[in-house]
Design a protein around this ligand. Structure first.
Ligand code: ADP
Ligand code: ZN
Length: 523
C-alpha cells in the first residue's frame, strides 16, 4: 500500500506539514524528476529524499561522505520504523552481506553508501540487481574542486546518470553560491534539473565581528559574559592553536575539548560524543569538525582565526542555533590574519588561476569583516539573496562610523615606499607604525629611520588606529604582502592612485565601547 507524501510525513515522521519547498521538491522527485536542493543547515533536506524513497517503489540510495554519522542516521530511521541500512568500510563483511541480501530482497527503504564504496564494481553490480527508487547525493558541494570540502570520489558520481538514466537524482547541499551551484549541476550532469533554493537567512543568529588584540582573553570574556554554561564551538586554523585554546579555556573554568584531524580516531569520537550528549561543552576545533553534526542547541560559534571564505564561514556559523533560539556567531580578526592569509596564498601550491580564486575568496571574507553596513545583508548577498538591514548584527545594533582615511593612507603608503628601498630587511607592521608615530626605538636608531621624512608624521593617531588603517589597506589590496617571501609590506597597482590623491578611502571606525572595568583591552 503506498501513501501520499503528506500522509507519510504525518504517519512516519509525526510532523503536520511541509516546510518551504519540501512539498514541491518531493512531488517533483516522486514523479521521477531530478532536482538540485539548496537549503541552509537545519533547513530540512533529509525529508526531501526520505519521503520520495518511501513513496516510490524500490530503495532510495543515499550517497554521503559522512561515514561516522551513518550509524546515527540509520538508527534514527529504524526508530521511526523505516527500513534503513548502510554500507561502509567500518562494517565487517558478514554485516555487509546481510545488508546486500536485504537490498536484493526489496526489504530496504533507504540505503546509505559512501561514494568510494558505491563506485566499486561490486557495489554497482549489486545495485543493478535490485530496484532503486532514487539517488540522493548529500553534501553535493563536495564535487566542487574549488570548495573547502572537495572529495575526488564525487567526480565519479556523474556515471549514475549514464548507468541509470531513468532513476531520479537529487543533489543536496547547504553551500550555495551561484558558482558552486553551477559547478554541481555541471559535474553531476543535472543540466535539466530545477534548482530549489531556500532562503539562507538564519535570523536568530546574531553576527558579530570584532577587532582582535588579545584573542584568548577576548574569547574567554565573550563566553563568560554572554554564554556562560552554554554549548558552543570555537574554530581555529591550526591544530596547535586548537590544543592551546582548549587548554586555556579549561584552565579558566570553561569545559572545553579539542578536536582536529591529528588526534587519534578514538579521542575524536569520544570528544564528539561528549559534545553531543553532555550539556555546556565547548568544542575547540579545526574545520575538520562539524559537517553533519546535528546538535540543535549550539548557542555560539566563535572563530578566533579568519576563515578562508565566506562560504565556509557561513556553513560553520550555521551550526549555531539550529533550534531557532537566539545564538551568536562571533569572529575576532586582526591585521596579522590578513598578512598571514595573503602570505599563505602566495606560497600555496597550484597555478595562478587557483591562487586568484583563493585571493577572491579571501577578499570577499575581508569585505564582510570591514563592511560598515549590515553583516547579514552582506552575507546573503554573497549567496545572491537580498534582505533589508537585519537589526540583529553588530553593525545594525551599534553602527560603526566611516571616516575619511585618505591622508592616513597616504602617510602609511609613503612610509612603505621609503622602506621598500631597503628590501631584504624584514620591517613588519610594528616597525612601520613606530616610524609614523616617531618612536625612537633601538631598531629605528639602528637603521637611522628617524632621518626618514615620514618619521613622526603620524603622531596624531594611536597604535591601535594605525593597525586598523594597515589592516584595511591590506584588506582592500592597497597594500600587498611581499612575494619575495620576506613577509614585508609592498605597494600595489592601486596604491599609486591613493598616493597621487586620485582616490578617497573610507575606513571603518569601531564604535566606542562603554567602559567596563573587567574589559580593559578590548578596543
Ligand atoms: P538539514 O539536513 O537540511 O541540515 P534536517 O533534514 O536534518 O536538516 O532537518 C533539520 C530538523 O528539522 C530535523 O530535526 C527535522 O526533523 C526537522 N524538520 C524537517 N522538516 C520538517 C517539517 N516539515 N516539520 C517539522 N520539522 C521538520
Ligand atoms: Zn544587520
Amino acid at each position: 500500500m503506498t501513501s501520499s507524501p503528506l500522509q507519510t510525513l504525518q504517519r512516519v515522521f509525526g510532523y503536520d506539514s511541509f516546510r518551504g519547498d519540501q512539498a514541491a521538491i518531493i512531488e517533483h522527485v516522486v514523479q521521477g524528476g531530478d532536482a538540485l536542493v539548496l537549503m541552509p543547515t537545519g533547513g530540512g533536506k533529509s525529508l526531501c529524499y526520505q519521503i520520495p524513497a518511501l513513496v516510490r517503489p524500490g530503495t532510495g540510495i543515499i550517497v554521503s561522505p559522512l561515514i561516522a554519522l551513518m550509524q546515527d542516521q540509520v538508527d534514527a530511521l529504524l526508530e521511526l520504523g523505516v527500513r534503513a541500512a548502510y554500507l561502509n568500510s567500518s562494517q565487517d563483511w558478514r554485516t555487509a552481506r546481510q545488508v546486500e541480501q536485504a537490498f536484493l530482497a526489496g526489504e530496504l527503504d533507504l540505503l546509505y553508501v559512501a561514494p568510494e564504496r558505491l563506485l566499486t564494481e561490486r557495489c554497482l553490480d549489486l545495485l543493478s540487481d535490485g530496484k532503486i527508487a532514487l539517488f540522493a547525493i548529500d553534501e553535493a558541494h563536495c564535487v566542487s574542486q574549488w570548495g573547502h570540502d572537495f572529495r575526488p570520489e564525487y567526480l565519479g558520481l556523474s556515471m549514475l546518470h549514464e548507468r541509470w538514466p531513468d532513476v531520479p537524482r537529487l543533489a543536496l547541499t547547504a553551500t550555495a553560491t551561484a558558482v558552486t551551484r553551477r559547478e554541481i549541476a555541471e559535474r553531476l550532469q543535472l543540466d535539466d534539473a530545477p534548482h530549489y533554493v531556500a532562503s539562507f537567512d538564519r535570523p536568530n543568529i546574531r553576527y558579530r565581528i570584532i577587532e582582535k588584540n588579545e584573542v584568548r582573553r577576548q574569547l574567554l570574556d565573550f563566553i563568560q559574559t554572554e554564554h556562560d554554561g552554554d554549548c558552543g564551538i570555537v574554530y581555529c586554523l591550526s591544530r596547535a592553536r586548537v590544543e592551546e585554546t582548549a587548554q586555556f579555556l579549561c584552565d579558566n573554568g570553561v569545559p572545553a575539548l579539542p578536536y582536529h584531524a591529528g588526534l587519534n580516531a578514538s579521542v575524536r569520537s569520544a570528544n564528539q560524543s561528549r559534545f553531543l550528549r553532555e550539556e555546556g561543552i565547548v568544542m575547540v576545533a579545526t574545520i575538520a569538525f562539524g559537517m553533519g553534526v546535528n546538535k540543535p542547541d549550539v548557542r555560539f560559534v566563535a572563530h578566533i582565526d579568519l576563515p578562508k571564505s565566506v562560504e565556509g564561514y557561513y556553513q560553520e556559523t550555521g551550526r549555531a542555533g539550529r533550534d531557532g533560539l537566539p545564538a551568536t556567531a562571533w569572529l575576532a580578526y586582526g591585521l596579522q590574519d590578513v598578512v598571514q592569509q595573503r602570505r599563505m596564498i602566495n606560497e600555496s601550491a597550484g597555478d595562478d588561476a587557483f591562487r586568484r580564486r583563493l585571493g577572491a575568496q579571501l577578499d570577499a571574507m575581508l569585505g564582510l569583516c570591514e563592511t560598515v553596513s549590515c553583516r547579514r545583508q552582506r552575507l546573503l548577498n554573497y549567496f545572491d539573496q537580498t534582505i533589508a538591514p537585519c537589526g540583529n548584527c553588530d553593525t545594525c545594533l551599534e553602527p560603526p562610523q566611516a571616516w575619511d582615511g585618505t591622508i592616513a593612507a597616504q602617510k602609511i603608503l609613503s612610509a612603505v615606499y621609503r622602506l621598500w628601498r631597503e628590501r631584504g630587511q624584514r620591517f613588519g607592521a610594528g616597525h612601520l607604525i613606530d616610524i609614523l608615530r616617531g618612536k625612537l626605538t633601538d631598531r629605528i636608531k639602528q637603521y637611522e629611520h628617524e632621518t626618514l621624512t615620514v618619521f613622526g608624521i603620524g603622531a596624531d593617531l594611536s597604535d591601535q588606529a594605525w593597525r586598523g588603517v594597515l589592516r584595511q589597506l591590506l584588506a582592500q589590496s592597497y597594500l600587498a604582502v611581499d612575494h619575495e617571501g620576506y613577509g614585508t609590506l609592498a605597494l600595489t597597482e592601486t596604491s599609486r592612485d591613493v598616493l597621487k590623491g586620485e582616490r578617497t578611502l573610507m575606513f571603518r571606525r569601531e564604535p566606542e565601547k562603554k567602559p567596563r572595568s573587567s574589559r580593559s583591552s578590548a578596543s
